[in-house]
Design a protein around this ligand. Structure first.
Ligand SMILES: C[S@@+](CC[C@H](N)C(=O)[O-])C[C@H]1O[C@@H](n2cnc3c(N)ncnc32)[C@H](O)[C@@H]1O
Length: 282
């Protein structure tokens, strides 16, 4: 590596410009404490693109569109895609033992259609949509008679490309119950499992920025975990507005425990610290 490049640190002024650009386009707040980390990550982009300085790189990405591969590569460097199947056990207990039970009962009683449309927003590499599909396959009686759709969206194109392969490594699989692993995955080698079509037939993926309204679809349940933690209150409110517009009355919003939705939940009823329900239409 070019010695000069290796020691280059980003200036506070330029860091603020990067932070502003990222905030405007994604809602993510880059903290000034992340200066060293950002310098390291950006150095990698300079090396890959052949661009000579942070300043020139900033000018470059400022002028490219959000579907340019370099914008995605930049985003990959500054966002975390950390995820795994069955993350947060309590959420999946609720989903299987209460939510699916209730849906099945109400459908049997003719109180609701056999429809289950779920949006996993900011789904990263697809671990969350596949977890949802596992639970449905295991616990919803007569699932083949239901209209089931799971939409996974993320701002990161690279993450979604990986999600579409439905392949998961040892770490991502470590919380999957043994019988689900057996029934719903093919083991490809010692370290890789692939979700079976039995699950993936319900799932589709789409690139989407949470700051923008979703183009189509309405949902019974929206799962929004471990993403709003990077947003400030203004952006959170904007995301929440976009989300609530496509949630059916009576539908649920499942969030991460530290997402800070409770303070800005408006008319949403808080069921648990991480679960909210949209009021039914009067
Ligand atoms: C830590 S992952 C969360 C994955 C999964 N929801 C979970 O809880 O395991 C955060 C994801 O949010 C995505 N993200 C960040 N800003 C976004 C935005 N403005 N719109 C959509 N996705 C965004 C990132 O690309 C990343 O994949």
């Amino acid at each position: 590596m070019d010695g000069k490049l290796a020691i280059q640190q980003i200036s506070d002024r330029l860091l603020a410009k990067f932070a502003d650009l990222v905030y405007k386009r994604t809602g993510i707040r880059l903290s000034p404490q992340k200066k060293a980390l950002l310098s390291n990550r950006l150095r990698r982009r300079l090396r890959e693109t052949g661009i000579k300085s942070f300043e020139d790189y900033y000018k470059h990405i400022k002028n490219i569109s959000e579907d340019d591969p370099e914008w995605d590569a930049f985003l990959q460097e500054i966002t975390t895609h950390e995820t795994f199947l069955f993350r947060d056990e309590v959420h999946w207990e609720w989903f299987q033992d209460q939510y699916l039970e209730q849906l099945a009962r109400e459908a049997r009683q003719g109180k609701r259609p056999r429809r289950l449309h779920i949006w996993s927003a900011a789904c990263s590499t697809g671990d969350e949509p596949v977890t949802l599909a596992c639970c449905i396959a295991a616990r919803l009686p007569n699932a083949h008679l239901w209209d089931i759709k799971i939409l996974g969206t993320d701002i990161g194109i690279g993450a979604l490309q990986q999600a579409k392969q439905a392949k998961f490594g040892t770490r991502a699989m470590s919380r999957v119950p043994a019988d689900y692993r057996q029934r719903f995955f093919n083991q490809l080698d010692d370290h890789t499992w692939q979700a079976k079509p039995l699950l993936t037939r319900w799932i589709s993926y789409q690139q989407h920025n949470l700051l923008e309204p979703l183009r189509s679809g309405r949902f019974d349940l929206i799962v929004l975990k471990n993403v709003l933690i990077y947003f400030d209150v203004e952006s959170k409110k904007r995301v929440l507005e976009n989300i609530l517009r496509v949630l059916y009355p009576g539908g649920y919003l499942l969030t991460g425990a530290a997402e800070g939705v409770a303070n800005i939940r408006g008319s949403l009823k808080r069921v648990y610290p991480w679960l909210f329900q949209k009021p039914e239409d009067k």
